[in-house]
Design a protein around this ligand. Sequence first.
Ligand SMILES: O=C(O)CNC(=O)[C@H](CS)NC(=O)CCC(=O)C(=O)O
Length: 289
Amino acid sequence: MSGETPERFRAALVQLRCGRSIPPNLEMAERLIRQAADQGAVYIQTPENTALMELDRPLALAQASEEEASEAVARMRGLAKELGVWLHVGSIAIKVAADKLANRSFLIAPSGEIAARYDKMHMFDVDLPNGEVYRESEAYRPGSKAVLASLPWGKLGLSICYDLRFPALYRALAQAGASFLAIPSAFTRETGRAHWRTLVRARAIETGCFVFAATQGGFHEMGRWTYGHSLIVSPWGDVLAEAGEAPQILIADIDPSLVVHARAAVPSLSGGKDFEVEIAGEARGPADS
Ligand SMILES: O=C(O)CNC(=O)[C@H](CS)NC(=O)CCC(=O)C(=O)O
């Protein structure tokens, strides 16, 4: 980064459709990561569950052992070093206790070193209108801290999927210095159709950050639909690139100066206050004014 204004750089998202077996998932990820690097991307992000998409928790626990998970991490570290890119693995399930996983994101530097780790903090425990039920907290242990990492072009706030619905996290990351927000995801098709694009654009607009959100998309072998629609959004809220539902890469050239311009135009990130909410009394009828 020369001088004051950080240089422009090319970012890429890798959209996947992962299944129940780790090796083919990593093959798909590696193929698309190489494609992105061949097209000049120097920051490449993969989605949540890059190594394994599985709802059968015992199987997930068995397969996501430190050994297999660490093989996956080692493979991604080697790839980042070989290609000389910043490789952001959206998440890999890591066994952190006999009966618990962490939904962990890895930011890997071009040296192959792990520059940052982040454990998803908000657990997706929901009952959707279409009957889908998720209880992420049954198998995953939530993280306890927000993480801000350094890229050559500015700071990157880390998050995963369901975290997206908690705006205070992103405001805190932006106020701590983030110019970029990572939201690798595996949004359900049901909620993706209803909320995904609106929420991702909102996080970009309200923080004046670029948002990089690589996703899982399509029908997965364990019988789950995810929404796809990976997104790269500018600090002004413009969608710079949007995927469909199939595995693919998205590419966008990023001008970090747009962060400063967006925040100068609308300084809402530095404004605002804490609120004390007064509960209004019950209306007592027309006599009262
Ligand atoms: O299941 C796994 O293997 C790992 N975890 C996930 O894929 C998680 C929990 S099921 N998915 C989400 O958080 C979707 C959030 C979402 O769709 C929303 O917020 O609307």
